[in-house]
Structures are given as structure tokens and as C-alpha cells.
Design a protein around this ligand. Structure first.
Ligand code: FES
Length: 105
């Protein structure tokens, strides 16, 4: 399974996000206070893009625009209804000065 290049390491500053595709899978990559996380860009409540909402880097929370479910950005754990399932988490790494992720399912 191949890794997907997200961007150069310096192009994703703390508080910023990127969306890349691995085949048919949209992956939301975030820099939260210098730590990188990657999730399927799909709310676990219904099929809606989490990247449509701004990332609240102060609280470390991803909020879905459609019905306002919130998720812990470090784990993908839901913090409030109407979402009860965690987000799908993907691996992310820094190599050769770039950020990489992939759909490892
Ligand atoms: S689709 Fe995200 S909260 Fe409903």
C-alpha cells in the first residue's frame, strides 16, 4: 500500500489542515500544536465532510457543520451527540521533509 504525499512539512503549520485523496478516500490531515493527525474526511454521524468546518486548534476539537457533533482531534473520539462512533483514523508520518498518509484499511 502506497503512502500519499500531503505537502512539504513546513506547509502545514499548527492549526492548519489539508485534504488529500487516497483512491476514493478523502483524508483530513491536521497539525494540532505541532502534532499531526489524519482522519477520514467524513463525519461518523452521516456522510459529511469534516473539512467543511474550521478546525478549532485552541480547543483541539473538530466540529461537524451539519449537526454540530464534536470530536477530540487527538483520538477521533466523539464528544457529543449526534455522533457516537469515533472517526476513522489513518497513519501519518514525516519523511524526506514531507508529510505522508494513507488509507490503511
Ligand atoms: S453529519 Fe456530522 S453531525 Fe451529523
Amino acid at each position: 500500500m502506497n503512502w500519499i504525499r500531503v505537502c512539504a512539512e513546513h506547509e502545514l503549520a499548527p492549526g492548519e489542515t489539508r485534504v488529500v485523496w487516497d483512491g476514493d478516500t478523502p483524508i483530513l490531515v491536521l497539525n494540532y500544536d505541532g502534532l499531526l493527525f489524519a482522519y477520514e474526511d467524513r463525519c461518523s454521524h452521516e456522510d459529511y465532510e469534516l473539512s467543511a468546518a474550521p478546525f478549532d486548534a485552541a480547543e483541539g476539537v473538530l466540529e461537524c457543520l451539519l449537526h454540530s457533533a464534536k470530536f477530540d482531534v487527538t483520538s477521533g473520539r466523539p464528544l457529543c451527540p449526534p455522533a457516537y462512533a469515533p472517526l476513522v483514523k489513518f497513519p501519518v508520518k514525516v519523511e524526506d521533509g514531507a508529510i505522508w498518509t494513507r488509507d490503511d484499511r
